[in-house]
Write a protein that binds this ligand. Structure first.
Ligand code: ACO
Length: 219
């Protein structure tokens, strides 16, 4: 397996990989936003924007040339969650609102920028491993290498919105701590009906962070 920064020439292949593998993400499963093998324009728009930032990594099977996994990372800035929530108002898609409303509202409430006195955060936004390569530590390796890239580029704080228990394990094993934990089952609609019926063992969404070595917590 070889790990590389994803070049523009492979963006289309990455989107293809995500269409077939990322829909297993627990929040997506619970609201049925993107379907396996189908185009998912609203999410893919975000994926491509992140890819263009140039911080995303892929695990490449050198024997077959197949993209076995990816970690899409980008820079999040102060005010981004507020801006995203404003922009979402023009998007008429309840499933999209269910997912991105939750993520943006939780991030807005956390305000990690003030807490850690930073203007930018290296954000590992999408972690996805091809079903044929899962359970072999690829996600852990992609995650670890993303942190090394962030350190090399001078970032002070790493963050991930870990919506899956498996990602929470990956982040924990790489030294991340929980900045906020929310229980999916606690969210109800106006009729008292549970909004996110995530499948076990994915009961919590956790915002997980790590200060890069050499940068002390400024609290
Ligand atoms: N059952 C039980 N435990 C599992 C499973 C499974 N099916 N899959 C992974 N794990 C555990 C591993 O045991 C390991 O935990 P450990 O430290 O206790 O040993 C941990 O999760 C990580 O294992 P890896 O082998 O590194 O993970 P993998 O390469 O299989 O990829 C991933 C995990 C990315 C979550 C993959 O399952 C996937 O692509 N899922 C669909 C998309 C998704 O949910 N992405 C994450 C959403 S959050 C985000 O994107 C930031």
């Amino acid at each position: 397996m070889e790990y590389q920064v994803i070049p523009e020439s492979r963006f289309e292949e990455v989107i293809h990989h995500l269409r077939f593998n990322f829909p297993d993400e627990p929040l997506n499963v619970s609201v049925g936003f993107c379907a396996h093998g189908q185009e998912c324009e609203l999410l893919e728009h975000h994926d491509l924007e992140t890819l263009r930032e140039g911080f995303s990594l892929m695990a490449l099977d050198t024997e077959t040339g197949v993209i076995a996994g990816v970690a899409l990372s980008g820079v999040s800035k102060r005010g981004d969650a507020e801006k995203a929530l404003e922009e979402m108002k023009s998007i008429d898609n309840l499933k999209y609102h269910r997912i991105f409303g939750l993520l943006n509202n939780v991030n807005k409430s956390l305000d990690l920028y003030s807490k850690y006195n930073v203007e930018e955060i290296f954000d590992i936004r999408i972690l996805s491993v091809d079903t044929r390569y899962r359970g072999k530590g690829l996600a852990k390796e992609l995650f670890h290498r993303s942190g090394l890239l962030a350190a090399e580029k001078g970032f002070k704080l790493l963050k991930t919105d870990a919506t899956s228990l498996f990602t929470q394990k990956v982040a924990e094993s790489d030294g991340y701590t929980v900045a906020k934990s929310v229980k999916y089952g606690d969210y109800k609609d106006e009729n008292g009906k549970q909004i996110y019926k995530t499948q076990s063992p994915h009961d919590y969404y956790k915002v997980m962070i790590r200060l890069i070595d050499g940068h002390a917590n400024s609290e």
